[in-house]
Design a protein around this ligand. Sequence first.
Ligand SMILES: NC(=O)c1ccc[n+]([C@@H]2O[C@H](COP(=O)([O-])OP(=O)(O)OC[C@H]3O[C@@H](n4cnc5c(N)ncnc54)[C@H](O)[C@@H]3O)[C@@H](O)[C@H]2O)c1
Ligand SMILES: [Zn+2]
Ligand SMILES: [Zn+2]
Length: 346
Amino acid sequence: MLAWTKVRDEADGFDLVEHPVPLPGPGEVLVRTRATSICGTDLHIWAWDEWSRANVPLGTITGHETSGEVAMIGEGVDGLTVGDLIAVECHLADWSCPRCEEGNAHVCEDGSIFGVHQHGAFAPWFVVPAVNARPVPLGLDPALASVQDPLGNAIHTLTGGPIEGATVAVHGLGPIGLFAVNAAKAMGANKVIAVDWDNRFRMDMAADLGADLVLGKDDDVVERILEATEGRGVDNACEFSGSPAALNNAIRSTRMGGFVNVLSVYGHQMTQVPMNEVVFRYLHLKGINGRRMWSTWDTMHGLLERGAIDVSRVVTHTLPVSEFKAGMALAGSGECGKVVLTFPAW
Ligand SMILES: NC(=O)c1ccc[n+]([C@@H]2O[C@H](COP(=O)([O-])OP(=O)(O)OC[C@H]3O[C@@H](n4cnc5c(N)ncnc54)[C@H](O)[C@@H]3O)[C@@H](O)[C@H]2O)c1
Ligand SMILES: [Zn+2]
Ligand SMILES: [Zn+2]
């Protein structure tokens, strides 16, 4: 098979390279890829920043947000059948360490990431542990099914605090922030305040998705959020921008005893945080990683099955996988929601 592979120690550095079709080992399934969406992580690997150079071995087929059909079942696998449409949970766990045993397999002490540390899904075929192949809610289009990883990130972040009847602020309107606006409304938030810096395209998308107030760089974000919440601040602030300024705004515009949930990864290890605000205002400041396995997936499937979330409103571009490099450029430009690469059906 021909697969997009990180082959050179430089920015871009991807080629279409011939690999053998992998075979499923015990407990694994072989999947025929239908769609793989482009994540911010893929853009980091494309840019070949310090983190990517330390984590992604040259020769890796990347791509981790994916859906496809089960094509072959390894020894000892129950509950999946050839032809099932599945989406991948990219956090691979050992299911035996103390974190897995306490129900936190998303932060397994011996975990790795499909499509980052090992071969992934910018390829027509891939192998994953059967438990990571999650059957897709009936009727969901494969291109839309591939985005459950970032949609699940958004839902996991939101569920770090109250949602139903609550005021929610979403800081950073990349694909994950846009999913969060959509999900917060679907989960019954009383008011959703969406904040970006200067990305007009995404701010307009947030308004279309039902955000009650959309703010940007020309606004005093903290003041405007306080005004919109009777001077209290929001119940639940979610940070998806990766900007320390946004994290500071989030902390300063959350109510006493409120919740600040941070999915973002910051470019600088030592991001400044107004810690006394966190302490004296009794904030719950929480880091979020991945998706809970499997309660985030269950919540997400419930929302998708009820039609409460319409993923197609955030997926702005669908390109054939042959357009991989154009897809990367588009995702990097920011003039988009989610960009999905599709593979031919059988
Ligand atoms: N922890 C995890 O498991 C996990 C998983 C996936 C992604 N992430 C992180 O989540 C974040 C969101 O990912 P994405 O792909 O949706 O993001 P993205 O980079 O596509 O979008 C970020 C958005 O934030 C906006 N922004 C910049 N400065 C801002 C500011 N001061 N205030 C408000 N908005 C501002 C940008 O204009 C942009 O639209 C990233 O930091 C990513 O690395 C974490
Ligand atoms: Zn991702
Ligand atoms: Zn573990």
